[in-house]
Design a protein around this ligand. Structure first.
Ligand code: SF4
Length: 440
């Protein structure tokens, strides 16, 4: 009889990019015969993949490490916070190892030291697409690591280094495997998706007998050929982004753009050192919508950035009215330790940040509600994520998983997870839509 395989409990915190790191580590673990456990207690070791983007995320990561130590005692820490190991080891000297983001090899070494693998080539088979933490019908596709920008509020380039893109054939091979394994929606992620390939000088590589450049638009076009939903996240509005809009209009890529604008006042954007901040965004949004009327735009904003005046903030509100974005997230500025913006001075008092946050959310809600109402009476394709007792929950092309709302779907026939159904939209709420499957 074989001995019990070693068991690992895994905590994945942070953004979709960290989730992709977690998936890669788990794939390696499974390939080496480790088993995943649901509980810390009774596992051989706990891995905590941390997020260090905001102070609140760091606090959540530290709390998760504390929990794991209390309930298990054998803990390996990885992820963004691992880039500054003393923050962890000062507080938790008992952790077994601390490794940084994307240091898959170091995580595996630490695991091997803590609990050696049990080799059994017959049972240690990993499905060809790896192990995904996301449901089987959608998957995140990470096209690069790091970032060449230096936004003054952000420490990601410090933690993750400069942009390193994967060659286009490498990305397409992974996409092909995922699609072959049943994935119906690919979510393209990176810190700066439209900068893809800059570091490679857009080097060409072979893909199915063609030479393709490692460029954002070429990648979007090639992904569109797989015939699954392709959703683009973290796209900065560099001029060449215009070229992807016709692909959306043709149905090759989902008509959805996630563009973190962060602000609209030129002064604030300059102090934030944002990429592509001078690109006449309102005119471009209008042009994009002319070419692709069904385009959904999601964005995030920061209020209370150092030196943000009442005029800057009013300018942002007016811009939001004019841009009529579909989905907006808003953060109150937090001075992340190590960020260049901390030395800008002129901090905005917390009470004013709070006030501005409420005003922005309120103002945008009216815009979003108007955009949502336009969907009532239309037919939308909806990908089913979850089957409930009376209705199913899914997403239209306008909803990304985890960050946008849902479409609640009634149906006279049984639905399947991952199926794409045509739904007549009957009702709109602030974030969600309700409708019924058309036909049988
Ligand atoms: S684009 Fe700016 S905010 Fe985004 S990761 Fe790069 S430096 Fe940070």
């Amino acid at each position: 009889m074989t001995a019990q395989p070693p068991r690992i409990s895994f905590v994945s915190l942070g953004c979709p990019k960290a989730l992709v790191d977690s998936e890669r580590i788990i794939t390696r673990l499974r390939a080496e015969g480790y088993e995943l456990a649901r509980e810390h207690a009774g596992s051989d070791v706990v891995i905590v993949n941390t997020c260090g983007f905001l102070d609140s995320a760091q606090a959540e990561s530290l709390a998760a490490i504390g929990d794991a130590l209390a309930s298990n005692g054998r803990v390996i820490v990885t992820g963004c916070m691992g880039a500054e190991p003393e923050k962890i080891t000062d507080r938790f000297p008992k952790v077994l190892a601390v490794t940084g983001p994307q240091q898959y090899e170091s995580v595996m070494e630490a695991v091997h030291r803590a609990v050696p693998p049990r080799h059994d080539p017959f049972v240690d088979l990993v499905p060809p697409q790896g192990v995904k933490l996301t449901p089987r019908h959608y998957a995140y596709l990470k096209i690069s690591e790091g970032c060449n920008n230096r936004c003054s509020f952000c420490i990601i380039p410090k933690l993750r280094g400069d942009l390193v893109s994967r060659p286009i054939s490498d990305v397409l091979r992974e996409a092909e495997r995922l699609v072959a394994a049943g994935v119906k929606e690919l979510l393209v992620i990176s810190q700066d998706t439209s900068a893809y390939g800059v570091d490679l000088k857009y080097a060409e590589s072979d893909w199915k007998g063609r030479r393709l450049p490692s460029r954002f638009v070429a990648l979007a076009r090639a992904l569109g050929e797989f015939g699954v939903w392709v959703r683009l996240h973290y796209v900065y509005p560099y001029p060449h982004v215009d070229e992807v809009i016709p692909l959306m209009a043709e149905g090759k890529v989902l008509p959805y753009l996630d563009i973190p604008f962060q602000h609209a006042s030129p002064d604030v954007l300059r102090r934030m050192k944002r990429p592509a901040a001078q690109e006449k965004t309102l005119e471009r949004i209008a042009r994009w919508r002319e070419i692709c009327p069904s385009l959904t735009i999601r964005s995030t904003f920061i209020v209370g950035f150092p030196g943000e005046t009442d005029e800057d903030f009013e300018q942002l509100l007016d811009w939001l009215d004019a841009a009529a974005l579909d989905r907006v997230g808003c953060f109150k500025y937090e001075p992340v330790e190590g960020a260049a913006a901390n030395s800008l001075g002129d901090p905005v008092p917390d009470a004013i940040k709070e006030q501005r946050w409420h005003r922005l959310m309120q103002r945008q809600q009216a815009v979003s509600a108007r955009r949502m109402k336009r969907k009532v009476g239309t037919r939308q394709e909806v990908i089913i994520d979850e089957i409930g007792p009376s209705v199913a929950r899914g997403r239209s092309k306008a909803n990304a998983p985890d960050i946008d709302g849902s479409v609640y779907v009634a149906s006279r026939r049984p639905l399947k997870i991952g199926e794409i159904a045509t739904v007549r939209i009957e009702r709109a709420e602030a974030y969600d839509l309700h409708g019924t499957v058309v036909g049988f």
